[in-house]
Design a protein around this ligand. Structure first.
Ligand code: SF4
Ligand code: SF4
Length: 472
């Protein structure tokens, strides 16, 4: 029985409710009156239910689809402006006891070299990341009770935060590790993590169990209820995601939004971010073996419909996607991207060789961070290295309240300019430096509050003279 407030996975992601939603949407794919009423509600920018969102995703009317894309662009602009927050993944260990059929780190894969970073190696990796200009990381590790216990993850987080190399610093560590206990989530919170991210992979229980034949991850309920335990453990900001391509995308889309509704209903705060990864090739993994791949057009529609349905939730796209594809979805709702990513353990200090088979997936966008920053600015976006909210205690419902009132924008834009300036001073190539200085010069006039504008100008001058880490 569907119940968004329930603590049971099979009730807040009720299979029959998903199927009914898909049928309802299919029946109404050309229902102009209904689609218009949903679009009118979406224009109020308070979000949509999963059923309403599904009708928009299934909409088959060309002119209405144009309206959907145009509204997604508008909402992106209103809530996030032209800023794009930057991050990089950091792989700690590829030891894993699970049997995920789509991931080369699955336990039975004997072809890849297994690696786990020592604390000294983490220092080398993080120093290399700092030298690129990164300030925000997403930690990745396989699930292994003896190789990667929680103590190892906690020690690694402590090491990462302690490294101060030249002007570099990692100011926010987001964590993407396997579902764990309330006690362990409380420890992660104590360690000062930003967002806890866990991809559902697929919400379809039967497929989920087939795709995860062995290991603790086989337990659908344990995995699907992880965010509830994380929030019970005191983690305010959680990040959802599915791996598109494993199951039929319509099912995943409806269930993903049901999960977001559940978090709001049960904990009073929805997801901080939603990621939209698509399955990619890797050692031992051929994406063709999964029959549910989605086209770039479907992918763009998903991004647009998520943007409209949960306007306050950040959306992440990684280097799994090509430059062209990322360019297309940036305007439709993406607020965070990775750049210069390495998807193997130890890949920043020692760049992966051409034939390296230990990457978790093949990166599609291989450009350096500097190239990505330059590209974003050429497209009119402001690359941002801001990490201010979590450091100012703006998390969970406090963060959401500021988002919903629009007040957060008074912080995001100035912080983007100041952190971009730091990047330009410390890491940029001459071409990027030139582009960035021109962009800041222009953008500072768009800070509406004159007092804040003057303060930002003062801070920018201080950054030019060597000071760092200003934030609002
Ligand atoms: Fe292990 Fe995660 Fe890969 Fe599954 S997806 S095999 S849990 S590293
Ligand atoms: Fe994100 Fe907060 Fe910075 Fe805005 S001010 S970019 S919401 S961390």
């Amino acid at each position: 029985m569907y119940d968004p407030k329930s603590s049971k996975a099979t009730e807040f992601i009720d299979h029959n409710e998903v199927l009914d939603t898909l049928e309802y949407a299919r029946k109404n794919a050309k229902n102009v009156a209904l689609i218009d009423s949903i679009l009118a509600k979406a224009r109020e920018r308070t979000g949509l239910t999963h059923r309403e969102a599904m009708v928009l995703l299934d909409c088959e009317l060309e002119d209405k689809n144009e309206e959907i894309f145009s509204l997604a662009r508008q909402i992106k602009q209103d809530f996030y402006g032209n800023r794009i927050v930057m991050f990089a993944p950091l792989y700690l260990s590829n030891h894993c006891v699970n049997g995920c059929l789509y991931c080369p780190y699955h336990q039975k894969n004997k072809h890849i070299s297994r690696k786990k970073l020592t604390q000294e190696e983490i220092v080398r990796e993080v120093t290399a990341l700092q030298d690129m200009g990164h300030k925000r990381l997403a930690l990745e590790a396989g699930e292994h009770p003896t190789m990667n216990p929680i103590e190892y993850i906690l020690e690694s987080i402590g090491t990462i935060y302690s490294i101060k190399h030249r002007n570099g610093a990692i100011r926010r560590v987001n964590v993407n590790i396997a579902a764990t206990t309330v006690e362990n989530y409380a420890k992660l919170r104590e360690a000062g993590i930003g967002t806890y991210i866990l991809f559902q992979e697929t919400y379809h229980r039967k497929s989920y169990e087939q795709l995860h034949p062995t290991g603790p991850k086989h337990d659908y309920a344990w995995h699907t209820e992880a965010m509830d335990r994380a929030m019970t453990g005191g983690i305010d900001d959680v990040g959802l995601g599915v791996l598109f391509g494993l199951e039929l995308y319509r099912y995943e889309f409806a269930a993903l939004l049901m999960h977001a509704e559940h978090l709001e209903a049960a904990h009073g705060v929805g997801p901080h971010t939603i990621s939209v990864p698509r399955i990619r090739a890797a050692e031992d993994i051929d994406p063709e073996q999964f029959a549910n791949g989605i086209s770039d057009d479907q992918f763009a529609k998903i991004v647009a419909c998520v943007r409209i349905s949960v306007p306050y939730t950040g959306m992440i796209v990684s280097t799994r996607e090509s430059k062209e594809c990322r360019e297309r979805v940036l305007d439709l709702g993406i607020s965070q991207i990775s750049g210069g990513s390495r998807t193997s353990v130890g890949g920043y200090y020692e760049p992966e060789a051409e034939d390296d088979n230990s990457t978790q997936f093949d990166v599609n966008d291989n450009r350096s961070l500097d190239e990505v920053i330059g590209w974003l600015m050429e497209l009119g976006h402001i690359p941002s290295f801001c990490t201010a909210c979590y450091r100012e205690g703006r998390t969970g419902d406090r963060f959401m309240a500021l988002c919903k009132s629009g007040k957060i924008l008074n912080c995001c834009h100035p912080n983007a300019l100041m952190t971009l300036k730091e990047y330009l001073m410390d890491y940029a190539s001459p071409h990027t430096l030139e582009l960035g200085n021109a962009l800041i010069e222009n953008e500072i006039h768009h800070v509406p509050n004159l007092k804040i504008r003057a303060l930002v100008a003062e801070h920018l001058t201080a950054i030019q003279h060597g000071d760092r880490d200003f934030r609002l």
